[in-house]
Design a protein around this ligand. Sequence first.
Ligand SMILES: [Cu+2]
Length: 129
Amino acid sequence: MTTNPSRNRRLIGLLLFAVLFVSALASLAAVAAVMRGSSKPIEVSVELADSVFRPALVEIPADRPISLRLRNIGGLEHDWSVDALAFSPNVRAGQEAVVELVAPTGIYEVYCSLPGHREAGMVGTLAAR
Ligand SMILES: [Cu+2]
């Protein structure tokens, strides 16, 4: 059997090109999938009870739209106020609200601004990382 070294080199070159081309396509597909995922809001739920937030600590990714579901399971009106973000959605007793929240990196104090509720224990922390 005879071998033609220059033909073999061309074949290897072509094969290498095909492998690189396919892996480049796969990387593009992976990037597109990640970008699609990042545009979808992240859902977070918090219960507002008389007189506690559950969970008290809410951790979210920074600078990403969060769909925050606030369920008031108590018998009183409550809110989930974050002064640093000028954010204060209010929810009536037995109702729920879904609000969008975007927070830069930081640790924020959360409290219920209704009279006496903060003092009664309606405090929490929002951590955006
Ligand atoms: Cu309250």
